[in-house]
Design a protein around this ligand. Sequence first.
Ligand code: CMP
Length: 143
Amino acid sequence: MAKQITLGMLKPDAIQSGKAGLIIAHLQKEGFTIRAARLTRLSKAQAGKFYEVHKDRPFYADLCGFMTSGPVLPMALERDDAVAHFRKVIGATDPAEAAEGTIRKLYAQSKGMNAIHGSDSVENGLREVAFFFTESELADLWG
Ligand code: CMP
């Protein structure tokens, strides 16, 4: 399997609860390399754009409200089969349904406050990484 890049984003609940370090260590143990990362706070416009695909869903306003309620930590993560493996490691959207040992089972509180976002396809991984990081930011450190 070739190397892929995916976007992982620690959500405000994970930053607030002080679990960021544990979650990053968990991802590194799973073989992900951090290619870029930034602690930032999304504006309403940025959150709305990032989650635009959900704009007609009933939870869209709550989702955007939550994602702008505090800092987030987006990361460009590289690994073989990164997109599928990341989704396996984070577990189901709802922590009540997430498998034992997954990040959401360990650290999430609810479907909305679910600790971490992961890209759902290779194409979206590239799009979401490009949402937060420029090509030169990704290349500068690693060549
Ligand atoms: P995420 O992986 O960031 O992608 C979309 C997010 O919408 C998802 O994680 C959840 O946090 C959120 N979400 C999905 N379904 C619901 C729901 N029924 N109620 C509230 N939030 C939801």
